[in-house]
Design a protein around this ligand. Structure first.
Ligand code: ZN
Length: 283
């Protein structure tokens, strides 16, 4: 290790600043969402079988609710603009804006060039969990998604029920795309119900048994027409390992709900991002 400079203490003690202060973000009108949610009825229900994924469509102004059924289970969520798969959930920017984990009142943002809210979290039965003594919390936008390529890289395996493959099959089935054409649209996920953090001493990504129990749910408002896919991760509650058939796995239910339109007075779908896209050339 290099010898610390004479002013090392002074450099170490510089206080951090928040990279993206989010006090200028448009604030969602939660009262409107909550009223509409109370008046909403279930329109469709689908279920992700253990170690598999389901797809679902949610119209702008509707809701979707992910519910744990049967036992503790983590879900990997992808979202696309239902009319344009190139607009998709951007986990990295969502993390930059809201932090490593998301809960009620926070939003899932879309990729460039649209960068707008795709969905807003309106209810989270695990919001009591907060941040535990290890620095862990639930619903992270840290992780990527379990995938067969990393498993092959690290262990030479051929495992076909990682979230990446499950989401690829679900998207292909929902759109009619081939697996080859669907795969590039699968992206880094929101880890629903997953409990994760970084170790303070080594900065390593950790997971621990999810606190989710049957009946727990995470509910979203769709800001635009959405196509979603949810994988019931082969890691189960992610207490031990990924990418195998060892863990106990359970289904996850997705309910799509809709309130009468007049309940949404005061809400408008978000416009695409206002940057002019000239990138410093022309005019
Ligand atoms: Zn997974």
């Amino acid at each position: 290790m290099s010898h610390p400079p004479s002013d090392a203490e002074a450099r170490l003690s510089v206080p951090p600043v928040i990279c993206y202060p989010n006090d200028t973000l448009p604030v969602p009108n939660m009262a409107v969402y909550e009223r509409a949610l109370q008046a909403a009825d279930t329109v469709t229900t689908v279920e992700a079988a253990p170690r598999d994924a389901c797809a679902f469509r949610v119209p702008a102004g509707g809701f979707f609710r992910i519910t744990s059924v049967g036992g503790p289970q983590v879900g990997d969520l992808n979202l696309w603009n239902a009319h344009d798969l190139s607009e998709r959930f951007y986990s990295g920017k969502t993390r930059a804006l809201h932090g490593t984990h998301v809960t009620t009142g926070e939003r899932l943002w879309s990729s460039f060039p649209t960068l707008r809210p795709m969905a807003t979290i309106v209810a989270d039965s695990l919001d009591w969990y907060g941040i535990d003594q290890y620095g862990g919390s639930v619903h992270d936008v840290i992780g990527t998604r379990c995938d067969p390529y990393t498993g092959n890289l690290l262990g030479g395996s051929q495992y076909h029920h990682c979230c990446h493959s499950n989401l690829t099959r679900a998207l292909a089935d929902a759109t009619g795309l081939s697996l080859v054409d669907a795969e590039p649209h699968v992206h880094d996920v929101l880890n629903v119900f997953m409990c994760t953090g970084f170790t303070r001493d080594t900065g390593q990504y950790f997971m621990k048994a999810s606190p989710v129990r049957p009946g727990d749910h995470l509910t979203f408002f769709a800001e635009i027409d959405l196509l979603g896919a949810l994988s019931a991760c082969p890691g189960g509650d992610c207490s031990a390992e990924h990418s195998s058939d060892v863990a106990s796995c359970y289904p996850l239910r997705v309910d799509v709900l809709k309130a009468p339109d007049d309940m949404l007075a005061g809400w408008q779908p978000p416009a695409v991002n206002g940057y002019d896209r000239s990138h410093g050339r022309g005019g």
